[in-house]
Design a protein around this ligand. Structure first.
Ligand SMILES: Cc1cc2nc3c(=O)[nH]c(=O)nc-3n(C[C@H](O)[C@H](O)[C@H](O)COP(=O)(O)OP(=O)(O)OC[C@H]3O[C@@H](n4cnc5c(N)ncnc54)[C@H](O)[C@@H]3O)c2cc1C
Length: 497
């Protein structure tokens, strides 16, 4: 393990420093390391272990982005593949009929997800400064001085705040965090009980309480609505007992409380994801309720959008303005997730009128088209960045097709394993000349005889060539000519050499 903790307190240089080694910071570090950028993580926790299990799994698009890097199997082998998409507990919203390889989600808790990500990041040789915090930073025209809690400092070209919802980086950068105050607070606990727990879901006036046995079959994990909205993440065991009595009429003899915290449905989003050389990703950029299991997935996908752009800017092959597209592409997606979670929280209230609305919504989501639209939205399979008019693939995620190449069969995702862009030419071999970008863009001549289809949209016309960004989104579609190809290459991968 590359733990820099015991090294001298002299200033060290890195091209990029990431504050926070949760799921977002780990994914971003992997992306930058694959692009051969000198990146380091500063993480407050001494080890990757989490106090609780937190998030419950991965949605299909997150599995796809991990597959694009060749590491999806590490996660799939340790979790349970299943239909996980739901909306306001209306589930499952099946994606098994979607024309994609991973037409499912994965039940795997965040402690395991983080462990696997951290192992991968260590294999990639990323240094960790563990057991210390970023306490401050100052930026100038050329870089950022980052102060750590042990008195040492780092110098980097860019600093990325992946330091969670209470992000110090966001606050010190003076980035506004507007949004909605909480309308409800929940206690979350992992504990033991002398009485048999009331496993399952119990509806209350304000929403849903849930209780169930943990993996070991004895301990209990529960989420409980508090009667009044409370803030602060350090509730007391007395508050837990009171909340249990208020909902169930008994505290079930709760004891040995191993984990106790609080969360709310507050929804906030950073007004900007960037202030010059400081960027935000994951919970540092957006917070919202956990309904629909979006947060971790959103953060990992932010990282995959930002990583290759930042790598090119750091290397000087693309201008800083490329980083503006991180904001234009990801800010609307974050804003959408805030609305998705707020709508779910409202729909889960237990009064008769809301229950009637929930019932009607359930009927709607049993219909095929609404089910497909909502399943794709909750799984992030419908993301369409606006690259202008054109073929339906433009701006959407490239499907993982089975190709025939000169060197044998290949999957499209395997072309992206090293986080480099690829020009996939399905027309006459050698037809497209991208010599001035040959050091940056892989050109692959291949044959594909199957159909083309996308989630929700269904069948789309077969293109002759596609330019695929490292995050898997299609940046250009060819119709047999190279019209627009040079412009697309310049926009995304910098001017010709
Ligand atoms: C009860 C619950 C259930 C959830 N369920 C789901 C789910 O099913 N699906 C889903 O997708 N999401 C879920 N989430 C949300 C998910 O846990 C978060 O969105 C996710 O952890 C965000 O990842 P992150 O890396 O952006 O931030 P974090 O996980 O918060 O990581 C931030 C890291 O930064 C470190 N740090 C903080 N400040 C500093 C500093 N100054 N210097 C150095 N290090 C610092 C922290 O120690 C931490 O490791 C759930 C959350 C909760 C509370």
């Amino acid at each position: 393990m590359h733990d820099e903790s015991r090294q001298s307190v002299a200033t060290k240089n890195h091209a990029v420093v990431i504050a926070g080694g949760g799921p977002t910071g780990l994914m971003l570090a992997a992306e930058l390391a694959l692009a051969r950028v000198d990146v380091a993580i500063v993480e407050r926790r001494k080890s990757q272990a989490l106090e609780s299990t937190r998030a419950g799994g991965l949605h299909a698009r997150t599995i796809e982005v991990l597959d694009q890097r060749g590491v999806a199997d590490r996660f799939l082998s340790q979790g349970k593949v299943m239909q996980v998409a739901g909306f306001a507990m209306i589930r499952p919203l099946e994606i098994s009929d979607f024309p994609i390889r991973h037409n499912y989600g994965l039940a795997l808790t965040q402690n395991h997800i983080e462990r696997i990500l951290a192992e991968w990041v260590e294999e990639l040789g990323v240094p960790f400064y563990r057991g210390r915090e970023v306490t401050s930073f100052t930026q100038d025209e050329n870089g950022v001085d980052v102060e750590l809690s042990d008195g040492s400092s780092l110098r980097s070209k860019y600093l990325v705040g992946c330091d969670g919802g209470r992000s110090l980086i966001r606050k010190k950068a003076g980035i506004d965090f507007p949004g909605w105050e909480p309308s409800i607070s929940y206690l979350i606990a992992e504990c033991s009980m002398t009485e048999e727990p009331a496993a399952g879901v119990r509806h209350g006036e304000k929403g849903i309480n849930a209780m169930g046995k943990m993996e070991d079959g004895t301990r209990v994990r529960l989420v409980l609505i508090e009667q009044d909205i409370k803030l602060g993440d350090k509730p007391t065991v007395a508050e837990l007992r009171d909340a249990l009595v208020a909902v169930y009429g008994t505290d079930f003899g709760v004891h040995d409380v191993m984990y106790l915290s609080r969360f709310t449905d507050a929804a906030r989003q950073a007004a900007s994801y960037r202030d010059r050389r400081v960027l935000l990703a994951g919970d540092a950029a957006h917070v919202h309720g956990p309904m629909g299991g979006q947060g971790l997935n959103l953060g990992v996908q932010d990282a995959v959008n930002l990583g290759w752009k930042l790598a090119q800017v750091v290397r000087g092959t693309a201008p800083q303005t490329l980083l503006d597209t991180y904001q234009t592409e990801r800010h609307p997606i974050g804003a959408r997730v805030l609305k998705i979670t707020m709508a779910q929280a409202a729909l889960m209230r237990g009064d008769d009128r809301t229950k009637a609305l929930h019932e009607k919504m359930s009927e709607l989501l049993k219909m095929d088209e609404p089910r497909k639209q909502y399943a794709a939205m909750m799984s992030a399979l419908d993301i369409h960045y606006d690259f202008g008019e054109g073929h339906p693939l433009l701006g959407r995620a490239m499907p993982d097709l089975d190709l025939a190449t000169e060197s044998g069969p290949r999957r499209v995702f395997s072309l992206l394993h090293d986080a480099r862009p690829a020009l996939l030419n399905l027309g006459a071999p050698g037809a497209l000349d991208i010599a001035p970008w040959a050091d940056r863009v892989r050109r692959v001549d291949a044959r594909y005889t199957g159909g083309w289809a996308l989630p929700v949209l269904g069948a789309v016309p077969a293109p002759i060539a596609v330019l695929i960004r490292p995050d898997g989104h299609v940046a250009w579609v060819g119709d047999g000519t190279d019209k627009g190809l040079r412009e697309a290459l310049t926009t995304w991968f910098g001017p010709p050499q």
